[in-house]
Design a protein around this ligand. Structure first.
Ligand code: ADP
Ligand code: MG
Length: 617
């Protein structure tokens, strides 16, 4: 007997098995087939595409297009793996404009279903048909058919019982398909789509304007709530519609992003839209939106996943800011949110690349916001996050904060009544501001100017934010590297237990013991070094009945919080910080005063200036 054992156990998989395994990547369910095939039709330049599904696509998916069609040889090649007419060389990958490029879809489908393709090119008299079954050589023969391509996919996964078992009920599978068809129809209003479920016509939409297409697909009632969104510059184009705030829904359905015609999902971009609505949307209300983004393919990477939902932008923050600005200025133009005369400013915002430091707030790979202080992105620019940033990085250079100064500023311009006259609409040239003595921000308004007390303004902003997060939760928090132990007496522990839930919503994480509290995480806005004092102030204010007697518990906590955390006067701010401070102030529901009734701003009129000068002459 030979002692030699058979040791060569590595084998190359037969094609049909390799294809079947790979098919799992591309074809998860009937919907994936529909998506791949319609994309192919669009890539082939079709302007009319019909889709018929039977048995929710499990039984049959039939697609008919009037695109370029395929010749005999191409048809035979089309179902081979990595066979594609769409890219030829490495560089093409950098600038993909077609939906497909992997050359995997038809090969994958052919591995898990019966496939028949009939195709004819305009210039040819005769068409060709290809019939294939998994594990069988495909058969190509002449046939008579219309210009364009028809594809039949029969009995999906019939040869992979495990996968077929995993499919959901027909109703569910059909819903996946119809969602995809709706997205196609909405993303390409210039193309006719016909969609049948068995013999039932679901829709047949002719080429039209985007507005008509939306009405045709989503129902005519939506027409009244469409606000046009348009923003263009060299780097990005954003066109589409956003919904009026009063038409917001409790669900996130009817929200669409298309990037270069491709449907994408992006939490961070959705957030960019929501934050443009800011306080005008009620809690848990979601607006309609359909936004088409056009960006040079060289600046995005769609080669991330075969399903290609995830997109990676070279500059996530720029895209975020652009979307936010586009929606905000659309809503302002339509008077759906307070206008600051920001349009001019807004249209410029996305082109300003601000401090790259703040990029830590967005996951560059996925486009997800990873910093939890998402509000800080509002209004584009680098946002008012100096303190958040400090705490994020645990940079102690900002630790020494001057004791807050009582404002000694006198209303040298104008009188009390004029403050009353102030309206948000009057702030005209938002771009034109200077910071006086590190404390006051002066800006030009339509009829004169305005001075904003930066500390008071920030108190107002933080107060409203804190109230919001106590009601809704979800304020970002920052874990402390070294937990802070704070000795408390029995009374304080009792209060702390009482307010703990609110504190959690604000972003605190506190372990409460018998006679001390252990601070494990704090809200992102908080500068390191101030944690203990802040917590003590918040505990103290709950029992303080003097100035704030008619304040609710939430309001008291928000007040202590905002007064402690707000930026001090006597602190130089960067231009982008100033911009964001002003923007956020005017997003507040009550921008003109602090929660305790101190003025946040003083307005003055040119006429008054004139009078004052004349007095002296
Ligand atoms: P990809 O789309 O990534 O190139 P597919 O497997 O989806 O890969 O398609 C392979 C090729 O078959 C395409 O590159 C195209 O040349 C051809 N093809 C597929 N569908 C159609 C169609 N409906 N009309 C014309 N050509 C098509
Ligand atoms: Mg394809």
């Amino acid at each position: 007997m030979s002692k030699e054992k058979i040791t060569n156990i590595i084998r190359i998989l037969p094609d049909y098995i390799a294809n079947q395994i790979a098919a799992g990547e591309v074809v998860q369910r009937p919907e994936s087939v529909v998506k791949e095939l319609v994309e192919n039709s669009l890539d082939a330049g079709a302007d009319s595409i019909a889709v018929v599904v039977k048995g929710a696509g499990k039984q049959l998916i039939h697609i008919i297009d009037n695109g370029s069609g395929m010749g005999k040889d191409d048809l035979a090649l089309s179902i081979k793996r990595h066979a594609t007419s769409k890219i030829f060389k490495q560089e093409d990958l950098e600038s993909i404009r077609s939906y497909g490029f992997r050359g995997e879809a038809l090969a994958s489908i052919a591995a898990v279903a019966g496939l028949e393709i009939r195709s004819k090119q305009d210039e040819n008299d005769v068409g060709w048909s290809l019939k294939s079954d998994p594990m069988k050589e495909a058969l190509v023969e002449p046939c008579s058919t219309d210009n364009g391509t028809q594809i039949f996919v029969k009995n999906l996964f019939y040869n992979v019982p495990a996968r077929r078992k995993f499919l959901r009920a027909n109703l569910t599978e059909f819903r996946y398909i119809s969602d995809t068809m709706i997205k196609f129809a909405l993303s390409r209003p210039n193309i006719r789509f016909t969609f049948y479920d068995n013999d039932t016509l679901i829709f047949d939409v002719k080429p039209s304007s985007l507005e008509d297409r939306i009405a045709n697909i989503l129902g005519v009632e939506i027409r009244d709530s469409l606000v046009g969104v348009n923003l263009e510059n060299e780097a990005i184009k954003i066109h589409g519609f956003t919904g009026t705030p009063n038409n917001a829904k409790r669900t996130r359905s009817n929200q669409y992003f298309f990037l270069n015609n491709r449907s994408i999902l992006s939490k961070s971009l959705s957030h960019a839209v929501y934050s443009a609505y800011d306080t005008v949307l009620e809690k848990n209300q979601y607006p309609f939106f359909l936004l088409n983004l056009e960006i040079d393919p060289e600046n995005i990477d769609i080669n991330v996943h075969p399903q290609k939902h995830e997109v990676k932008f070279d500059d996530d923050r720029f895209v975020y800011n652009s979307v936010n600005t586009a929606v905000m200025s659309a809503l302002q133009k339509g008077n759906f949110i307070p206008v600051l005369g920001l349009e001019e400013q807004a249209s410029k915002m996305p082109f300003i690349r601000t401090d790259d430091d703040y990029d830590v707030l967005v996951n560059k790979t996925t486009g997800e916001i990873i910093g939890k202080h998402q509000e800080n992105f509002q209004g584009g620019g680098s946002s008012f996050v100096s303190s958040a940033q400090t705490s994020f990085k645990r940079d102690d250079s900002d630790r020494g904060f001057a004791p807050r100064e009582k404002s000694s500023f006198k209303a040298i311009f104008g009188s009390e009544e004029e403050e009353e006259l102030f309206s948000k609409q009057k702030v005209e040239r938002y771009d034109n501001f200077i910071q006086l003595h590190g404390s006051y921000i002066m800006l030009e308004t339509e009829k004169g100017g305005m001075l904003i007390n930066q500390h008071a303004a920030h108190v107002r902003i933080l107060f409203e934010r804190a109230i919001k997060s106590m009601k809704e939760g979800g304020r970002g928090s920052q874990e402390l590297l070294y937990p802070i132990n704070i000795k408390l007496n029995v009374g304080e522990i009792v209060v702390l237990n009482e307010i703990n839930e609110e504190l959690i919503n604000l972003g605190f994480d506190i372990a409460i013991n018998d006679d001390f509290a252990q601070l494990l995480a704090v809200p992102v806005d908080i500068k390191s070094g101030m944690e203990e004092l802040l917590l003590r102030n918040m505990i103290a204010i709950v029992d303080n009945n003097s100035i704030v007697e008619n304040f609710s518990m939430k309001e008291k906590l928000a007040l202590a919080y905002s007064q402690k955390v707000a930026i001090e006067n006597n602190k130089k701010l960067s231009n982008s910080e100033i911009k964001n401070l002003v923007t956020e102030l005017f997003r507040c529901s009550q921008p003109y005063s602090t929660p305790t009734g101190k003025s946040t701003l003083i307005e003055f009129q040119l006429d008054d200036l004139k009078k004052r000068f004349n007095k002296n002459n």
